[in-house]
Design a protein around this ligand. Structure first.
Ligand code: B4P
Length: 191
């Protein structure tokens, strides 16, 4: 099994690159953003709870997200590995993920971090808002909030895995294909 975390600030291209990586490597894609948006679309109790946090640019509470990931891992026994996209986003989520994977006798093998400057993140979110209908992309205050949440809460995830020498930083500026080939090089060298 090969498990990787695609890490980076909001709008850094995690979802874009994940689509290409799962097609190439046959990993199970686990995007907490996508899972939460599908709960919202289905108007479930969890979705209703998550929506107010997401619309405000805040993180959905750890317990909700960890429960969702726990269920998704258990429902996908026997896969080649997982590509975690947008998860973990806090140190508590990282520790919970390590415990969950340990209970399935596996671990995170590498964290690939996309580095993208703030001005570019804002431009990408503005661009995505035009077609996605995502309310969290359209409002400049919410964009700023999401970036500050990333700095204050999510960067700790990179520190957590850095302590185990598992983090590789990559330039997230360039064409989608250029970034994809940087990611593939790192994965290929570990498989
Ligand atoms: P996510 O769904 O994870 O979304 P994201 O971080 O905004 O975007 P991503 O990095 O995937 O960017 P994308 O490829 O689409 O999170 C949304 C919200 O859900 C969070 O704010 C939070 O509230 C909640 N949430 C999710 N997970 C959570 C968790 N674990 N704990 C708590 N809360 C959680 O790219 C963005 C745009 O850039 C696209 O338009 C794309 O086309 C464009 N783009 C991509 N690559 C490009 C490139 N190389 N050049 C130019 N443009 C590019």
């Amino acid at each position: 099994m090969f498990n990787l975390i695609l890490f980076g600030p909001p709008g850094s291209g995690k979802g874009t690159q994940s689509e290409k990586l799962i097609a190439k490597y046959g990993l199970k894609h686990l995007s907490t953003g996508d899972l939460l948006r599908s709960e919202i679309a289905g108007k479930t109790e969890l979705g209703l709870k998550a929506k107010s946090f997401m619309d405000a640019g805040q993180l959905v509470p750890d317990a909700v997200v960890i429960g969702m990931v726990d269920a998704a891992i258990s429902a996908n026994k026997g896969v080649n590995g997982f590509l975690f996209d947008g998860f973990p986003r806090t140190k508590a989520q990282a520790e919970a993920l390590d415990d969950l994977l340990r209970s399935h006798a596996t671990e995170i093998h590498v964290v690939l971090a996309l580095d993208v400057p703030e001005e570019e993140l804002i431009q990408r979110m503005i661009g995505r808002a035009k077609t996605s209908g995502r309310t969290d992309d359209a409002d400049p205050e919410v964009q700023k909030k999401r970036i500050s949440v990333y700095r204050n809460e999510t960067l700790a995830v990179a520190d957590h895995y850095n302590a185990f020498n598992k983090v590789v930083h990559l330039n997230g500026l360039g064409t989608v294909d250029e970034i994809f080939s940087l990611l593939c090089k790192e994965i290929d060298s570990r498989q």
